[in-house]
Design a protein. Structure first.
Length: 329
């Protein structure tokens, strides 16, 4: 261990979204590999802290409570300054994360040159911005000013308390198939009726569990109505979802946090993509697990619902079932 490692205190700023938090862990893994004695902390939105609090490269999850009072937010900023970081990496690149970075007064504050909402102004080390690379590789480029070689390690670690709770859940037995049918963007959703039909076809062979966020039950009605489907939509913590996916025999998902968790746990996946570019935001280095049908002239715009739905509807139940059974062996 280099003697200077013990004097280094690094903050990674990646508060959200959950899927992006999960696929940002190579930043921590890379820093730990280069500086084994450094203290590595991660500023994260409190609801997503489970995603990284047990990671072996992270010493502390610094939880930010978005719904706190102005006084609480001001106190949080003062606390950041008092922690005396030697380097800060803004992997979010938005106004809020820029404020966090600036508040630390760290001597090294890194961000992309094209960080949005003026976040680049908070940085004194600016890295060439977005280009035709996967978002994971773009984030890893932020290590350049520190002289750290990227380590492409997306492995996640579920908290032990969440693992213990899931181990007691009868739904987690039998190597289940986990279906993650939700997405914030309607244009990224495979029709829920097709998830329901997939569940009917897979249920005779093994348990099928539906997962999603606490505000996403309305997206899942037809799937949850299938007899035998185990409903865990909004019924697990983030840590619980991680522990459940860690035990899964297969995860079938839209572009969502559950998909990126499955990549982090090395689980078999079938990833359903329509209006997004997998080379930029797909499951990292697992393009072969994606089903997508783009044609010349298609516009990969997930924010236009009609366009996205049309692309997602090209994916058939038959091909998803075939891919699922192939991965289940």
């Amino acid at each position: 261990m280099a003697a200077t490692d013990r004097t280094r205190r690094v903050l990674i700023i990646r508060p959200s979204a959950l899927g992006d938090v999960c696929r940002s862990v190579p930043l921590a893994a890379s820093i730990r590999a280069a500086w084994p004695g450094a203290r590595i902390e991660w500023l994260v939105n409190a609801p997503s802290a489970d995603a990284i609090r047990a990671h072996p490269a992270v010493d502390e999850a610094v939880a930010f409570h978005r719904r706190g009072t102005p006084a609480a937010h001001a106190a949080f900023l003062r606390e950041l300054r008092g922690r005396r970081y030697s380097a800060v990496i803004d992997a979010q690149g938005l106004a809020r994360s820029g404020v966090f970075s600036l508040a630390t007064c760290a001597p090294i504050r890194i961000a992309r040159r094209d960080a949005r909402e003026g976040a680049w102004l908070a940085a004194n080390r600016r890295v060439r911005g977005s280009d035709p690379r996967h978002t994971v590789d773009v984030m890893l480029s932020l290590l350049g000013p520190l002289g750290i070689e990227p380590v492409h390690d997306l492995r996640l670690t579920a908290p032990n308390d969440a693992r213990a709770a899931i181990a007691e859940d009868p739904a987690a037995g039998g190597v289940p198939v986990v279906l993650a049918p939700t997405s914030l963007w309607p244009g990224k959703r495979w029709p829920i009726e097709r998830f329901a039909e997939l569940a009917r076809r897979l249920l005779p062979d093994r348990p099928v569990i539906a997962v999603g966020g606490p505000d996403e039950a309305d997206q899942c009605g037809p799937l949850l109505a299938v007899p035998g489907v185990i409903d865990r939509v909004g019924r697990t913590s983030v840590g619980g979802l991680m522990a459940l996916i860690e035990r899964a025999g297969l995860v079938v998902a839209n572009d969502s946090a559950a998909l990126h968790m499955a990549v982090g746990f090395g689980r078999p996946i079938v990833a359903l993509f329509g209006p997004t570019r997998i080379e930029l935001v797909g499951p990292y280095r697992r393009d072969e697990d994606v089903i997508q049908h783009l044609r010349p002239g298609d516009t990969p715009d997930h924010k236009t619902e009609a366009n996205g739905r049309a692309l997602m509807e090209r994916i058939t139940v038959d091909e998803v079932e075939a891919a699922a059974r192939d991965r289940l062996g």
